[in-house]
Ligand binder design. Sequence first.
Ligand code: SAM
Length: 210
Amino acid sequence: MITEAINERYTQLSETSCCLSCGGAINHANPQTGEVCVDLGSGRGNDVIRLAEEVGETGHAYGIDISKGMIVKAKANIEKFEVKNATILQAELENLPLENDSVNVVISNCTINHAANKQAVWNEIYRILKTGGRFVVSDIYATSPIADEYRNDPVAVAECWAGAVTKNEYLTMLEKAGFKKIIIYEESAPYEKGSAEVASLTISGYKPEE
Ligand SMILES: C[S@@+](CC[C@H](N)C(=O)[O-])C[C@H]1O[C@@H](n2cnc3c(N)ncnc32)[C@H](O)[C@@H]1O
């Protein structure tokens, strides 16, 4: 149900140019020549194209998204700008179609809050990152737990607020996944969204040596 609501909402939004981001994750990712990068919830593909340009022809950028419309739009944009070192894949965040220890940097902007099993998503990010690899994620958190009546409401989750967890829960998931050196680069003041109060943050962390 939630996946269907997300597909419907974002397929409609794929043909618009409205801003769907909640922070500047890509500005802190610092991709290097030759690196492999992934954007989770890549939308229309703008950040994938920027990552691909920054890593150059010896690197690669993957965009992963669940919504059909976004996949079509992102592939069209990559073709339009003749980007050769980028690939768009349709998949859920909890089951990433990438090899273990294969990625240098994962970014994501305003997406992980939608996932039904966020711990599984963080475990997947950890799995695909190489040792020493990093993530930089912009996302939202709830200033207090989302009421039960909204938490599993597919439309409210698709609207980018009802799936939010508290900041403490967010940080606990990163720690459980195994990430170290957690840095919060940006954090907004709380604001009203739907029937909740949320805030945005941009956060990074590293996959340490075993
Ligand atoms: C708010 S938009 C952000 C798009 C893009 N990152 C940006 O900043 O413009 C969220 C994106 O995440 C995708 N998405 C939401 N839930 C997802 C899931 N469980 N698995 C994969 N993609 C998902 C949506 O289809 C949508 O394209």
